[in-house]
Design a protein around this ligand. Structure first.
Ligand SMILES: CC(C)(COP(=O)(O)OP(=O)(O)OC[C@H]1O[C@@H](n2cnc3c(N)ncnc32)[C@H](O)[C@@H]1OP(=O)(O)O)[C@@H](O)C(=O)NCCC(=O)NCCS
Length: 174
């Protein structure tokens, strides 16, 4: 039973524990993190800031829950209303929970949320070119490749190219 729900401050201890456990697994796919990132106090600040952004409508910070346990995170951010009606999506799932279709299901639920709750049309995502599991998660959900963005962002201390993907809902008003 995969469920997406907005993170709460009560999730911080469980989330921090999972981040510590996942540190090595996630390192090749993320910006370099300071040791302090893995402190509960830092995560509390981060979650509080994300909830403030959520309140303002600029992001939706979800935890991915499987059978009652947090197994990852999914964020909808860069939310633009007005003529763009677009957003970006990012996600991770802890190594021990991978390979069960959890990210594919979480992204599917996020696409429904984007259309039904936010009224947005276009969703973008970016992955490293060799991140086959992530590319499959996007393709499983009908994302299509836009192209290669050179030197897109810092990952593990180096500027890395990323493949950009887009998904367009056909059922929202133009
Ligand atoms: C990418 C990630 C979210 C996938 O999570 P997941 O819950 O295992 O994903 P799913 O089970 O829904 O699907 C994974 C797909 O990749 C495939 N896959 C997994 N490992 C693979 C490998 N080494 N080579 C080829 N395919 C692989 C699976 O077979 C599955 O494809 P399928 O649905 O066609 O069978 C998870 O691996 C992760 O968090 N990785 C580190 C962080 C990251 O990459 N985040 C995304 C940044 S863009």
């Amino acid at each position: 039973m995969v469920e997406l729900r907005v993170v709460t401050v009560a999730d911080v201890p469980e989330l921090t524990e999972l981040l510590v456990l996942s540190r090595e697994f996630l390192a090749p796919y993320e910006p370099r993190r300071e040791d302090s990132y893995y402190d509960r106090a830092f995560q509390l600040k981060l979650v509080t800031a994300k909830l403030a952004d959520h309140e303002q409508g600029s992001e939706v910070p979800f935890v991915i829950v499987d059978n009652g346990k947090i197994v990852g995170q999914l964020v909808i951010d860069r939310i633009e209303f007005g003529p763009f009606r677009s957003c970006d999506i990012g996600y991770w799932v802890a190594e021990r929970s991978c390979g069960k279709g959890i990210a594919t299901e979480a992204v599917s639920q996020a696409l429904d949320y984007v259309r039904d709750e936010l009224g947005l049309t276009r969703v973008t995502a970016a992955t490293l070119p060799d991140n086959i599991p992530s590319i499959k998660v996007l393709e499983n959900n009908g994302f299509e490749t836009i192209g290669l963005a050179r030197s897109f962002m810092e990952i593990a201390g180096e500027r890395r190219d990323h493949v950009l993907f887009e998904f367009v809902h056909s059922t929202t008003q133009s």
